[in-house]
Each structure stands twice: as C-alpha cells, then as structure tokens.
Design a protein around this ligand. Structure first.
Ligand code: ADP
Ligand code: MG
Length: 327
C-alpha cells in the first residue's frame, strides 16, 4: 500500500543528493556523453538531470517507473557476477516517484519523437507524446511533499547542495569522458569537458590550483587484495577541511569507502592538521567477489573482504607517491 511504499522509498531516497545520485547513475548507464544536472534550493524544490543517452521507448516509460523494473539484469547470476552497470535494483525511479512529482521525458536515439510520463506521489497522472531532443530528462519537484516527516529533516539549502555537489563531482571525476555540468539556482557550479583525462576533469571540478598540485599515485602490491591502486592526490598544502574531496572509485564506480578514505588520510601522517583532508581521485581495482557493494540499500558504502590488507595497500601507494615528490 501507499504508506509502505513511502517508507520503502525512504530507504533509497534520503535527501536530494540521493535522488541526484540515482539519476546520474542512470544517465551514465545509458551511455550518455553529456549529463547536465540542475537543482533549485539545494534540490529541495527541483532537480533536473538531462542526458543524451540511449533514451527510453515510449512504451517502456511506465515500466521504468514501476516497482522492481530494471532493464539491466538478466537473472540472479548477473548479481553474483558483479554487474557492469551502476544501478541494478530497478527501484530508484519508482521510489523517487512515490515521494515527489516526477516527470520523465525521453526520446530514444533515432526515434522521430519522444514521450513524457508524469507521476505524483506514486500515481501516474499523465502520459503523452512530446517533442524533445534525443536522450532523457528527468525532473523531480517538491521532494517529500507527501512525506512531511521527511521533508522536515531536510537540512539548510546550502547543506543539501553541498551533498549534491559532492555526488555530481564524484561522477564527473569517475567518468572524465562524459561532459558533466552542475547548476544551482541558475548559476553554473562546474562543467567538465568530457575529453577523457582525469587532470582536466579535476581542474574543472576543483580548479586550476588544485589540479596543478596533484601528485600521481601508482601502486600494485602482489601480496595485497587489490589488483591496482592509481590516481591523483593533492599536495599537502592544498588540502581542505572536509572528507568530501576524497573520491574513491572501486572498479570504476564512485562509492563511499570509509576504510579507503581513512587510509588515504593516514598516508599524510602528520602533514595534515586533524581537521583537514586531502583532495584525492583514487581508482581501486579489486576482484568483484571480494567487495560487498550491497551493505546498504543506498548502495553508497562498500566493504572489502580484507579491509586491513586493502588499507595497507592504499596507504603504501599514497605514501610512496608523496615521497617520490619529496613531500
Ligand atoms: P535501475 O537503474 O536499477 O535499472 P531505475 O529505477 O533507476 O532502475 O531505472 C529503471 C529503468 O529505467 C532502467 O533500467 C532503464 O531501463 C530506464 N532508465 C532510467 N533512467 C534512464 C536514462 N536516463 N536513460 C535511459 N534509460 C533510463
Ligand atoms: Mg538506476
């Protein structure tokens, strides 16, 4: 029933940033080369994610917002094998539609027109053909308008926006080949060019000074659980006072991996004041069978089978990178 659905939706949708995360993942999964995110009032009033990906056929729109609808997974074996796409639960659009006013507008590549579906509080309220560019635009308005208890827990707009910014930055850095932009209340926060190289993505997201001072990390250790560790970390003097700038990609997915973050910070030893964090863009390659991405329904936090071994490898790789630069 509707109440149960709204509670279940809360497991996926905690705040504007979790909506943005799901929508951006869908765009990346849809093979987009451009993803434009624009939010109003920190995302509490309006979130729009527009992509030029494969699109959704008009006849599939309703299925896309239905419960457990996914086009991305054949059977349970795919789950075990570690799916290649980012999202695979088939519950995000459904959950978002249950707690907001949701519009999905899409035109598949090569189709001569598009279609739009509107959902409010879980009910389909309109479905019609529309003229629109190829790709998909999803608009989420009035998040939690029908769940006052949740709406009340939203933080100040600036705080909600900082979470949105962290998520979009993470995906922009994870996919430097995709042009990702973020706009807040009509002002562009950043835009990457999508040319494919990490350092120019870092420059677009964090600015020229940070990008110029990044130190390359490269490390493999045959004895540890990780197949490879690589990326860029900041010069100790360009650090900032938040963890949000430590971006970790596990097998290409942007995730929250507290243990990896901690290991990166530890590698700086005494060089960082206790309330400071480095900038980092770190790729970790690992056998998918030894990492658990399902510890939380929001799919953010991941756990490694051998957390200590993983942390040691990350710390060693970052330490040697800093040492090599004489830092
Ligand atoms: P999941 O991503 O887990 O499959 P979602 O609820 O996020 O579930 O999306 C449901 C389905 O809607 C997807 O499997 C996909 O077929 C379609 N879809 C959603 N967003 C997009 C998009 N931006 N471009 C193309 N297809 C999309
Ligand atoms: Mg999804």
């Amino acid at each position: 029933d509707a109440t149960v659905e709204r509670i279940a939706a809360g497991e996926v949708v905690e705040r504007p940033a979790s909506v943005v995360k799901e929508l951006v993942e869908n765009s990346v999964d849809a093979d987009a080369s451009r993803v434009e995110v624009s939010v109003e009032a920190g995302g509490t009033e309006r979130i729009e994610v527009r992509d030029d990906g494969v699109g959704i056929p008009a006849d599939d729109l309703e299925l896309a917002v239905a419960e457990h609808a996914t086009s991305k997974i054949g059977d349970i074996d795919d789950l075990e094998a570690g799916v290649g796409t980012l999202g695979f639960r088939g519950e995000a659009l459904h959950a978002i539609g249950a707690v907001s006013r949701l519009t999905v507008r899409s035109r598949p590549r090569g189709a001569d027109r598009g279609a739009e579906l509107r959902v409010a509080g879980g009910e389909v309220v309109a479905r019609e053909p529309v003229g629109c560019p190829e790709g998909t635009t999803v608009v989420v308005e009035d998040l939690f308008y029908n769940v006052p208890a949740r709406r009340k827990y939203l933080k100040a707009e600036a705080t909600e926006f900082s979470h949105v910014n962290a998520v979009v930055s993470g995906y922009a850095l994870a996919s430097p080949g995709v042009a990702v932009s973020l706009t807040h209340d009509g002002r562009e926060t950043f835009a990457t060019e999508g040319r494919g190289d990490r350092r120019s993505a870092v420059m677009s997201v964090y600015g020229r000074e940070v990008a110029a001072n990044m130190v390359p990390v490269e490390g493999t250790d045959e004895d540890g659980p990780l197949a490879a560790v690589g990326g860029l970390v900041s010069h100790p003097e360009t650090n900032r006072a938040t963890r949000d700038y430590v971006n970790v990609f596990v097998n290409g997915r942007w995730v929250t991996a507290s243990a990896v973050r901690d290991a990166v910070v530890e590698a700086y030893g005494r060089q960082l004041a206790s309330d400071r964090y480095p900038f980092a863009v770190l790729d970790v390659e690992v056998d998918p069978a030894t990492v658990d991405v399902n510890v939380h329904p929001r799919k953010l936090e991941v756990r490694f089978a051998d957390e200590d071994g993983m942390a040691r490898q990350v710390r060693d790789a970052v330490e040697s990178a800093l040492l090599a630069e004489g830092l």
